[in-house]
Design a protein around this ligand. Structure first.
Ligand SMILES: Cc1cc2nc3c(=O)[nH]c(=O)nc-3n(C[C@H](O)[C@H](O)[C@H](O)COP(=O)(O)O)c2cc1C
Ligand SMILES: [Fe+2]
Ligand SMILES: [Fe+2]
Length: 399
């Protein structure tokens, strides 16, 4: 995508990555982009220097279509993670007179990462930088997504450069969310939030509180499309997730070797529905964990289902447990079930581990021997219905 003018003199000059499919563990089936923004005023500023993977030449070419990169006066580093700083060395080599602005911690991190004696300037909360017609104000946004991260705000353009916050991993030939399609962007926004931001939900609420009085008409995140409409909708979604709001929904996370536990899943889901919870089921061997966790966010109940494997939990199901921790949400209710052959063990161990993690786990996990017959299917249905009622706070026989 060629540079695009967002506002008079403010350009997107980033790098679109159509190929990336794994972003430090997050599956990125729609690719991504590393957004940089060039602000051409009396002084020239570049916000973020994208791409660890050879994007520097694209970034510099995009800048050169607008101004000679040697003329850049200020480079703003909102976040020192390589996807936003990877091209800094190349940029600073060309922009020989540029000052590199970052938060106090950001200056330290960039030093540890790149070992260059650049002309650094620390900026703190509320500090302003005049560029002439435009100016920039900086706001620390710790933990969104690293401790040193900050937001950069241009009051004259009513535009917030929010770095990782409000991003989504989508490669596109269109720059704006309303062009890509809000309905297409929202699931990516949610997945991105679930994997990168949910762990820091209190930081997200604090950052949104900090910027609540700013006039914001446009949000340029560092990944994916730019928001120029529906900003209230964007904030509403973030607030709802960060406040741990749930729907009448359950997510079943399961593994299966021969299909017995999978058969149980179908009957349990029918019971959940009868008890008032819609559900979705995910086989951990078929779907990437990063796709599953976005469904956990607004689920009232999570069901973990595992067959017994060598007296314990089927390893692919056990491997999902660390992903449960990502949203740092111990208000969720959990229930456990699975199939076994002779002495069992998976449901007991799952219950023990999840309780030790601090989750409220329903008593009386359901375990059934080999493939369910008619009676067992009925039992699965009743288990699902009871679990839904328990999660919704109605009386149930099992809790
Ligand atoms: C590799 C393997 C190891 C197993 N280990 C145990 C075990 O230690 N204890 C037990 O009760 N059942 C064990 N089983 C039996 C399964 O738990 C049983 O077949 C169950 O119905 C499988 O459910 P699934 O079809 O959902 O995988 C094992 C089965 C396999 C294939
Ligand atoms: Fe990041
Ligand atoms: Fe990032």
């Amino acid at each position: 995508m060629a540079p695009i003018e967002l506002r008079q003199g403010i350009y997107w000059v980033g790098v679109v990555d159509w190929d990336i499919r794994d972003f430090h563990g997050l599956s990125t089936n729609a690719g991504s982009s590393y957004n940089s923004y060039l602000i051409v005023s009396d002084k020239i500023a570049l916000v973020d220097a994208a791409d660890p993977g050879g994007g520097a030449s694209v970034l510099l070419r995009h800048i050169a279509e607008i101004v000679d990169p040697a003329r850049i006066d200020y480079v703003i580093s909102n976040h020192s993670e390589p996807d936003h700083s990877g091209a800094l060395s190349e940029v600073m080599k060309v922009a020989t007179g540029a000052t590199l602005l970052a938060s106090k911690d950001g200056v330290k991190r960039l030093g540890q990462m790149y070992h260059h004696d650049w002309n650094f300037r620390e900026v703190g909360d509320g500090d302003e930088l005049s560029l002439g017609k435009y100016s920039l104000t900086f706001f620390n946004a710790p933990l969104l997504h690293w401790p040193e991260t900050m937001f950069t705000y241009c009051p004259e353009a009513k535009t917030l450069f929010s770095c990782d916050a409000f991003g989504s991993h989508i490669a596109s030939t269109e720059l704006f969310v309303d062009e890509v399609g809000t309905d297409r962007v929202l699931p990516h926004l949610r997945k991105y939030y679930a994997f990168l931001i949910a762990s820091f939900r209190k930081a997200a609420l604090a950052a949104m509180d900090k910027i609540k009085d700013l006039e914001i008409e446009m949000i340029g995140p560092s990944h994916g499309p730019v928001w120029r409409r529906d900003i209230d909708l964007l904030f509403d979604h973030y607030r709802s997730w960060a406040n741990l709001e749930v729907k009448d929904k359950a997510t079943i996370v399961y593994g299966t070797m021969w299909g017995a536990t999978q058969t149980m899943v179908g009957a349990v889901a029918d019971g959940l529905k009868a008890g008032g919870l819609e559900s979705r089921a995910w086989n951990v061997k078929k779907t990437d964990a990063s796709d599953i966790i976005s469904d956990l966010l607004d689920s009232r109940l999570i069901l973990m289902a595992s067959p017994t494997f060598v007296s314990g939990i089927y390893p692919p199901v056990e491997a999902f447990i660390p992903y449960l921790r990502i949203p740092r949400d111990k208000t969720k209710k959990l229930a456990v079930f699975g199939s076994f052959g002779w002495s069992g063990g998976a449901t007991r161990k799952l219950t023990e581990i999840l309780r030790a993690e601090g989750y409220e786990v329903m008593d009386d996990a359901l375990q059934q021997r080999f493939f369910p017959g008619e009676d067992e299917i009925r039992e699965c249905y009743e288990f699902g219905r009871g679990a839904a009622e328990w999660a919704k706070g109605k009386e149930s026989g099992s809790a």
